[in-house]
Design a protein around this ligand. Structure first.
Ligand code: FAD
Length: 434
């Protein structure tokens, strides 16, 4: 009997450098694929925010659309459902006699409980599951640490990885399957309205008009590296606040996997060989290692990254003053620099790294508000939300994570240093007096 493999896409929305695709193609006669828009991702979190706001929802719709187009060029159909995987997949798997499922490994509780529910559904017991860790720069099998013994300090993690870990080559996925593999596919990608939003215009002040999808990611990479050569000055510009040039803006594509971290790395190496190699070209790799670091911390500490005491199990007292939280969200605090950043986030789903450091420090350290509420608001709003980077950074800033020095930002000093002429504040606080 011909074998059928199913690729279940989640946060790996790309055809390029995707091991699930490769493995499914080499081991099966027929390859299908599926993506579920899970209604729970558009519901409310424990703190009352929508888990996904319109900016990331639109980005996701675009990403899945491009994924479907790129898969179809390889004669692989992508079936898209608006429903939970537990409700939709068992029936689909039975109907198409799927024997094997290929997917990126996820370990956070929501994802693992869904997988567990699926595995125990009727008819699923004989299905073979093949997981791949495709989200890392340094693959878990190649790092010089036990996965239960990751250093708590970033520098210790980075130095040893840089020295001993290797970064894999990208995997080839350009095979085109026979035309009969492309089954009729009546499923539709939901619209923004289907997900419960109304369509919106991009704010013209946005730092970057993000558009989801693998092709858009490749275009951005081409632009940031070769067209503008901004990569060559990244270390000098990365603390900027306005416009497309100050940083790579890769994070939204990296977060949903429409861009692979390995691809970015190998393109940097290519740039270094063809254009120039300097401190800035290295620094983009350095920052991407932070991304890996927080993934490894989350892998090691599991559920603790969502707990109020964080991975350090700290017993601090936190406020939940709803007026203070609302003022922070609405950009109505006494700190104009905080306000400008928060208004940017509300209007675009984006905030620079410098902004994020400041508003989170102000929330957790100055106002001493429960950091998980700030993290949940970021989760809702950010176009580049990534569970590990978000909760890892929030814990770090709140003093319950990996900051060995437990620092607090001086917001006025930061504003003077990074927004000396108040151009950023004026951009977002047009209705506030200067
Ligand atoms: P660049 O400066 O161009 O950096 C390149 C890449 O390196 C980024 O795309 C990202 O993948 C990685 N990177 C850079 N800084 C960090 C960092 N501090 N931690 C982890 N990875 C990093 N990043 C997310 O991708 N998703 C989140 O949900 C997220 N939440 C955050 C919450 C807080 C409180 C803070 C302080 C930071 C958060 N970050 C998050 C990290 C960082 O702010 C963003 O990755 C960065 O601003 C994205 O812009 P860029 O792609 O232009 O970054």
């Amino acid at each position: 009997m011909a074998s059928t493999g199913l690729i279940w896409f989640r946060n790996d929305l790309r055809v390029h450098d995707n091991h699930s695709i490769r493995k499914a193609i080499v081991s099966n006669d027929r390859v299908l694929s599926v993506y579920c828009f899970d209604p729970r991702h558009f519901g409310r979190s424990d703190f009352g925010f929508r888990k996904t706001e319109k900016f990331r929802a639109q980005f996701l719709i675009d990403s899945v659309g491009q994924l479907r187009e790129n898969l179809e060029k390889r004669n692989i159909p992508l079936f898209v459902f608006f429903g939970t995987p537990e409700d939709t997949l068992p029936h689909f798997i039975a109907k198409h006699s799927v024997q094997s499922i290929y997917l990126q490994k996820e370990w956070t509780p929501e994802e693992t409980s869904i997988e567990k529910a699926l595995r125990t559904s009727d008819g699923m017991q004989t299905v073979i599951w093949t997981h791949t860790y495709d989200q890392f720069l340094f693959h878990p099998e190649g790092i010089p640490f036990d996965l239960n013994n990751i250093p708590d300090v970033f520098t210790n993690f980075r130095r040893k990885c840089e020295r001993y870990a290797t970064i894999k080559e990208e995997v080839r996925t350009d095979d085109v399957l026979p035309e009969e593999n492309l089954l009729p596919n009546p499923t539709q990608i939901p619209t923004l309205e289907d997900l419960g939003f109304t369509s919106f215009e991009i704010d013209p002040r946005t730092a970057f008009p993000f558009k989801g999808g693998e092709t858009e990611a490749a275009n951005r990479l081409q632009d940031y590296f070769w067209n503008t050569r901004n990569l060559s000055v990244y270390k000098k510009t990365r603390n900027g606040l306005i416009g497309p040039d100050y940083s790579s803006k890769f994070s939204p594509w990296l977060a949903n996997g429409s861009l692979s971290a390995r691809t970015v790395y190998h393109k940097i190496k290519q740039y270094e060989a063809e254009v120039e190699k300097n401190e800035s070209t290295y620094w983009l790799i350095f920052e991407m290692i932070w991304r890996d670091f927080f993934k490894y911390i989350s892998l090691q500490y599991d559920n603790s990254i969502f707990k109020i005491g964080g991975i350090l199990n700290k017993d601090y007292s936190w406020s939940t003053d709803s007026d203070l939280i609302k003022d922070w969200i609405d950009g109505k605090t006494p700190e104009r620099f905080v306000n400008a950043n928060m208004i940017e986030l509300k209007n675009t789903g984006w905030m620079s790294n410098r902004g994020r450091q400041n508003v989170s420090s102000y929330f957790a350290k100055h106002l001493q508000l429960d950091w998980r509420i700030g993290a949940a608001y970021f989760e809702s709003m950010l176009i580049d939300y990534d569970v590990h980077s978000n909760y890892g950074n929030w814990m770090y800033v709140a003093g319950v994570g990996n900051d060995p020095r437990d620092r607090q930002f001086n917001i006025k000093f930061q504003a003077e240093r990074y927004d000396t002429n108040h151009i950023f504040q004026k951009l977002w606080l047009q209705d506030q007096m200067f």
